[in-house]
Design a protein. Structure first.
Length: 197
């Protein structure tokens, strides 16, 4: 019975201690002048805002900034991995023979998508023929990233056994002003005579 009584008394003792602390704090606050209360309230508000900044906002902003610095590198690495996948696929095609001219537009569209150019470039057959050396394909480019486009063009001979026959590119413009780093125009591609080593 005494154990039950002591278990009930423990929460009562804690409550009375909290109430006592609360009364002491209220008495201390009541003893402050209005000016001191304003200063203490301002200080408490400043401290609360500082804690919110340090514990919540600043780490989130730092994380966003770090992600923005890291994102271009991750895009580059993803493009390199895509290039390796395309190269592996090209090696498989090289072992089984050339890509048929009828399948080339789809293969070109796939490489454009992997290079991030699917929304700014379209593929059309420029010279439909069964002979892969005489076949030609035209790429129409609108507001494409010049760097991505050049990287894509450089990878074509080894990936798809085609070369650039002609290119007419100019800088993209908006309201008569050049758009830095973006191009438009057309590119004509043709099959290679011999596969690259």
């Amino acid at each position: 019975m005494s154990r039950l009584h002591s278990e009930r008394a423990a929460p009562l003792a804690v409550r009375s201690q909290i109430d006592s602390s609360r009364r002491q704090a209220a008495a201390w606050w009541a003893g402050r002048t209005p000016r001191e209360r304003r200063l203490l309230s301002t200080g408490a508000l400043f401290l609360a805002l500082t804690l919110v900044w340090v514990a919540g906002v600043k780490p989130a902003l730092d994380s966003i900034a770090h992600s923005q610095r890291l994102l271009p590198r991750l895009h580059t690495e993803a493009a390199q991995i895509d290039a390796l996948v395309l190269e592996a696929q090209a090696l498989q095609h090289r072992q089984s023979g050339r890509i048929e001219p009828a399948a080339m537009p789809q293969a070109l569209q796939t490489t454009l998508r992997r290079a991030g150019l699917e929304t700014s470039a379209t593929v059309a057959s420029a010279g439909a023929t069964e002979d892969s050396l005489a076949a030609q394909w035209e790429i129409r480019v609108t507001d494409a990233s010049a760097a991505r486009l050049m990287e894509w063009l450089a990878s074509l001979p080894s990936l798809l056994h085609i070369r650039v026959k002609a290119a007419e590119l100019s800088r993209s413009q908006v309201d008569g002003r050049d758009r830095p780093g973006e191009v438009l125009g057309r590119i004509v591609l043709q099959g290679l005579k011999e596969p690259l080593p």
